[in-house]
Design a protein around this ligand. Structure first.
Ligand code: DP6
Length: 314
């Protein structure tokens, strides 16, 4: 038997940064993400012809750490332990570990494939609990559109008019990051003098963001999500020793976004994850202006749209 599943990446607009319970993998604050159509992971599970357990990523045998992580993840499916000799053949259209949410699409695809392969047919929330054992943010990739991941672990769609929304990725550096989000997050929770401020503010940011969505106020929504991302990085920089994912290029792009907004009145809003790349939320009508500006600065961009489709079996 062979099962293939595909999952898109998601980018948080209100960030998850800190686990309250690192066994259940539940967060300190609710987060809000958009599921995007351009980057995804496609994963096939099948019996291994050589009767071993193997993870392949983009046609290559994965590292020992990645293989062990996939193995541990699959132990959540009882039948896996009876027959662990499977081949996981995974293909990413995302750069791995560059703050571009590759682990989110990878674990959502693996969970979705395993659910069918082992015929567990878990309900959405159970599958979300399984998925976040791989990576917290991955549970949000099970759903399309705008997704809220709550402190209690539940995931749900938020209804809003996102028809014209576009997210432009500015690719500054797509090599693997030196400090993983897992490590950086734990270090921030344990040592940042601003961590309590983060939890408090992020909760308010989410309330504000939901209010602005309801009022269809894209500008105020955008300001809120940019403030949230910038605060997350400030909180990391207040850790001891500090964690800083920004490069000079990141700062140049953040400056450009601010300029476009304040001087040229273009509704563009920045978000940055655990890496130097910048994601810019805007509307369809402004994409060309933004891309032209980025090109004139020698920056590479990828345009992504919001997809209503979350993880699915093929
Ligand atoms: C900055 O989900 O990668 O992208 O749960 O430890 O695997 P673990 O972390 P991960 O962290 C994502 C952090 C973020 C913000 C977000 O996606 O909400």
């Amino acid at each position: 038997m062979k099962v293939t599943a595909q999952a898109p990446i998601n980018i948080a607009l209100i960030k998850y940064w800190g686990k309250k319970d690192d066994v259940q993998m539940t967060p300190y604050n609710d987060s809000l993400s958009v599921t995007l159509d351009t980057f995804h992971t496609t994963t096939t599970l099948m019996p291994h012809p050589d009767h071993i357990f193997e993870l392949r990523i983009n046609h290559q045998t994965a590292t020992e750490a990645e293989t062990l992580k996939a193995y541990a993840f699959l132990t959540q499916f009882e039948s896996f332990l009876k027959q662990p000799a499977i081949l996981i053949d995974s293909h990413n259209t995302v750069y791995k570990a560059a703050g571009l949410a590759s682990s989110a699409s990878a674990f959502a695809a693996l969970a979705k494939a395993a659910d069918q392969y082992y015929q567990t047919n878990h309900d959405l929330q159970t599958l979300a609990a399984i998925t976040r054992q791989g990576s917290g943010s991955a549970c949000r990739s099970l759903l399309g559109g705008l997704v809220r991941w709550q402190q209690d672990g539940l995931i749900k769609n938020i209804e809003a008019n996102t028809d014209q929304w576009v997210m432009v990725f500015v690719l500054i550096d797509t090599s693997e990051k030196t400090i993983s989000s897992r490590q950086a997050m734990k270090h921030t929770v344990e040592t940042s003098s601003l961590f309590d401020t983060w939890v408090h503010s992020a909760t308010h940011h989410l309330d504000d963001a939901l209010k602005h969505l309801k009022q269809n106020n894209f500008f105020a929504f955008g300001q809120t999500i940019e403030n949230n991302a910038l605060l997350m990085h400030e909180v990391m920089r207040a850790a001891n020793p500090p964690v800083d994912y920004f490069t000079d290029q990141t700062k140049r792009v953040l400056h450009l976004v601010k300029q476009l907004r304040t001087i040229d009145d273009v509704p563009v809003f920045a978000s940055v994850d655990a890496g130097p790349n910048v994601k810019i939320l805007t509307k369809q009508a402004h994409v060309n202006t933004l891309i032209k500006k980025c090109r004139s600065m020698g920056l590479t961009t990828v345009v992504t749209n919001i997809t209503k489709q979350g993880a699915k079996t093929l």
